[in-house]
Write a protein of this length. Sequence first.
Length: 209
Amino acid sequence: MSAKDCGKHGHGRRKLFRRIFASILILAFLVLLTVLLIWAILRPSKPRFILQDATVYAFNVSSPNFLTSNFQVTVSSRNPNDKIGIYYDKLDIYATYRSQQITLRTAIQPTYQGHKEIDVWSPFIYGTTVPVAPYNAVALSQDQSQGTVMLMIKMDGRVRFKVGAFISGRYHLYVRCPAYISFGNRNTGIVVGANAVKYQLVTSCTVSV
């Protein structure tokens, strides 16, 4: 076989590889285009969260700058889509005060939320002698003495969306629920124990995906 024949053979293989690569690119483009078209037609909406209530069992600021808290919150999540399901693969809930985390994270059981379904969770969130910034400890004491403390109940996690047999990749989910709790007057809530008061909140949460 001459060198010229080998050159033609090598050129033919390169041409074949280019065709295969081009075919793979075209196929990937068509698949992506199909997914985008389905997504655009279905117009998926983010889940909607509502902080329904909070039952406070303990909320004490101690010297020098420690906070002990224990409360149970009720959060509902609604899937507004009629053709898209939502997998909650991971979801943690915790509380912050003035952007500082004041409780441990509590994990919520992974679940699947069907079309138009509503899920309700009632996790406990707590923290024992959690160190807080000195200025936040002072502000917390002042807010308690004035009767109202504004906390932020946060939920962070990962979700996937299901359309028919197609399941998307994981997306980060961020939920922020303001909670105005009136500690000064027990009559603003429902007494459920010797030291526990349940406060009805019904607050809409902001959701980012």
